[in-house]
Write a protein that binds this ligand. Structure first.
Ligand code: PXG
Length: 435
């Protein structure tokens, strides 16, 4: 290993493997990265599901440069700067009707913690302080902080970290390959998986439960598309029992599903939405929680000189992030990107499903511009087949992502049809070579 690689303790990386043969990206533009060997790499995962408008878009670059020169930082507690209000207003205008309050964070993980705290505090402020329990879902990913891994359902992200939050339950996941393998778009079967929520409610009584959090499409666990009717049923059950419904749209937000949010695409309005990634297209770290007016208003009581919600981050609504967010939203609007995934969905889906029948391909899932290709694991060596395919594609100049033995595809929303073909053809070759 080169000594200069030693100090950096890398996030979510097989670091000894990586440091023997590092993959270093040094430049980006539009649909592409360039690596330190000067090779051009087609970005099939929008960086890490975040670069929705493509890389280094001129308006965004210019906005960040101008903001850095004008004002580096403004304290967000008891002070503010104009772009914070402007960006909140623009995000609220994109949101489903009634979801018009925006709380800024710096990441998806922080958005999740913020939403969970808001939910518990909301019930307390309304005089139901016993509603503290939180419900997540098996295979859910809600970032890596303690709240997020507690409601999250990926055991590898939980098992090393002790007792986590107390008062958390999980409903079952929605993966059902026996009935739904190779579904194009939303699977037909499984709306009834939402009824598992009734089981948990029966166990604890609804009066003790604050909120349910789910990803509308589960991303990190390997792209699980919600069965038809499933999210509607979750909404009905939450309404019946006075439980808040939180959609974690860190991946699905900002056009991934063909609408600004998956809540729009699936026609189900939650009480809160957690955001990050596409909000600034990955250019500057930023997250946000969108909340219904009614949730916000519950806090607005008591003496006006007192802080209503004791929560926030030094870098909430950071000027660079706000400038980047405004320019990113402008780029989405200029180019119609928040609905483009809907126009490409059929083409993308067909291309992806052409991999059916290849060796070891046991399921293909797609919605909007997100897809997953599930492979049979190598006996006794889970994740190794997908790792090999990921590395092979990278050698061929295509960046994808793998999780378990699932290959995830989630390109920038500016992708062209030939680039979809190129990604799928490269993946086809790699799957065949891995057989
Ligand atoms: N919620 C969801 C639904 C996410 O997908 C987070 C929260 C946390 O966001 P931050 O910004 O704190 O990382 C995420 C993040 C992958 C992968 O390919 C996915 C994410 C992050 C890194 C890798 O599985 N999603």
């Amino acid at each position: 290993m080169k000594p200069e690689l030693d100090a950096f303790w890398m996030p979510f990386t097989a670091s000894r493997h990586f440091k023997k043969a590092p993959r270093l990206l040094v430049k980006a533009s539009g649909m592409h990265y360039w690596d330190d060997r000067g090779r051009r790499i087609l970005d099939g995962v929008a960086g890490l599901w975040c670069v929705n408008a493509g890389h280094n878009r001129p308006k965004v670059v210019q906005a960040i440069q101008a903001q850095a020169a004008e004002m580096d930082f403004a304290p967000p507690f008891q002070m503010a700067h104009p772009k914070a209000f402007e960006l909140a207003d623009k995000v609220a205008k994109l949101a489903p009707a009634g979801m018009n309050k925006v709380f800024f964070t710096n990441s998806g993980s922080e958005s999740v913690e913020t939403a969970l705290k808001m939910a518990i505090a909301y019930h307390r402020a309304r005089g139901e302080g016993q509603r503290t329990r939180l419900i997540g879902r098996e295979r859910g990913y809600h970032g890596v902080n303690f709240g997020g891994i507690s409601v999250g359902g990926i055991s590898g992200n939980r098992k090393m970290f002790g007792s986590l939050l107390t008062g958390v339950d999980h409903i079952r996941h929605t993966h059902d390959p026996a009935r739904n393998a190779f579904s194009v778009g939303q699977p037909e079967h499984g709306a009834e998986f939402a009824d598992d929520l009734e089981r948990v409610i029966a166990l604890h009584d609804a009066s003790n439960i604050a909120a349910v959090i789910v990803e509308p499409i589960a991303g990190s666990t390997g792209v699980l598309i919600p069965p038809k009717g499933y999210l509607n049923r979750l909404r009905e059950i939450c309404d019946k029992h006075g439980i808040l419904l939180i959609f974690d749209e860190v991946i699905t937000g900002f056009g991934r599903t063909g609408a600004p949010f998956a809540a729009n695409s699936f026609g189900v309005t939650p009480d809160m939405i957690t955001l990050a990634k596409g909000l600034t297209g990955g250019s500057v770290p930023m997250g946000a929680v969108l909340a219904k007016q009614a949730i916000h208003d519950v806090f607005m009581t008591g003496p006006e000189h007192l802080i209503e919600f004791a929560h926030g981050y030094t870098y909430s609504a950071h000027p660079l992030a706000c400038a980047a967010g405004l320019a990113t939203l402008e780029t989405y609007a200029d180019e119609g990107l928040l609905t483009r995934a809907g126009q490409l969905q059929a083409y993308f889906g067909e291309a992806l499903h052409s991999l059916k029948g290849l060796p070891n391909v046991i399921d293909i899932r797609n919605y909007g511009l997100v897809g997953g290709v599930e492979l049979t694991p190598i006996a006794g060596e889970p994740t190794k087949r997908a790792l090999g395919i990921f590395l092979d594609c990278y050698e061929q100049g295509v960046l994808l992502r793998y999780t378990g033995d699932i290959i995830a595809i989630s390109p920038p929303l500016i992708i062209e049809r030939e680039q979809i073909d190129h990604i799928v053809d490269t993946l086809r070759g790699a799957i065949q070579r891995a057989a």
